[in-house]
Design a protein around this ligand. Structure first.
Ligand code: DX5
Ligand code: ZN
Length: 222
């Protein structure tokens, strides 16, 4: 899988979302949108109405990361609205197989997310049901946190599980991904890189995406 960059608008200016999306439109592959409900995580961001507006304004495909309770109830709505990828959290889903299949039935890509302390092995049999595995490299809820190196062995094991089953599941890392950490993630086997503060705190968000991509590509080739 080629390296893909998914800037998180969590670190963008929420009053100028269309412009912030445009700022990375030529250099990123996705627009990562963090939906938080103040229950699954201790923070509140945005919901379906804002995602619907963003879908109209943005040219990049939208990658919705749902950090919410009861994703079985809410995730299909994001896929039906036109999000090209919808990720639910394993810790929050009651009926992940049904929900992932419902997401896929809309034509969207289905993602499964796991927190730093959640092992990947119990989800091995779910891999054929998903298009992307999201491994959190910080505790979910906030941008700008420090990357958790302790998650890297799990990224490696996830890559082995995916390749061992000959699946084309994308492996996304999210949290603390920056010029300092992106190579370690790529070497461990990640191929989709979410970056919030590293992109939107930069003077030139497009250039930040290019730099992350070239570092990840270099590390992947080694
Ligand atoms: C955190 C979110 C991330 C966040 C990452 O819970 O899921 O997508 O925006 O921000 P950085 O890249 O600043 O760690
Ligand atoms: Zn995220």
């Amino acid at each position: 899988m080629a390296v893909q960059i998914s800037p998180s608008i969590l670190s963008a200016d929420f009053a100028r979302l269309a412009d912030e999306a445009e700022a990375v439109a030529r250099d990123a592959d996705w627009l990562h949108v963090d939906v938080m409900d103040n229950h699954f995580v201790p923070n509140l961001t945005l919901g379906l109405p804002i995602v619907e507006s963003l879908l109209k304004a943005a040219t990049l495909p939208v990658d919705c990361h749902l950090m919410i309770e009861d994703p079985d109830r809410w995730a299909p709505g994001y896929a039906e609205a036109g999000a090209a990828s919808v990720t639910i959290h394993a810790e929050a889903a009651s009926a992940p197989v049904r929900t992932l299949r419902t997401i896929r039935a809309t034509g969207a890509r289905a993602g499964l997310g796991i927190n730093p302390a959640t092992p990947v092995e119990p989800y091995a049999d779910l891999l054929p049901e998903i298009d992307m595995l999201l491994i959190m490299t910080v505790e979910p809820g906030f941008g700008g946190q420090s990357f958790l190196d302790m998650v890297l062995p799990k990224v490696r094991r996830a890559r082995e599980l995916i390749d061992g089953r000959d699946l084309s599941v994308w492996l996304q890392v999210d949290g603390g991904v920056s010029e300092e950490t992106v190579e370690r993630c790529a070497e461990a086997g990640a191929d989709v890189f979410v970056a919030g503060s590293a992109v939107y705190s930069a003077e030139d968000p497009g250039a930040a995406c290019r730099s992350l991509r070239s570092l990840a590509e270099g590390a992947t080739a080694r």
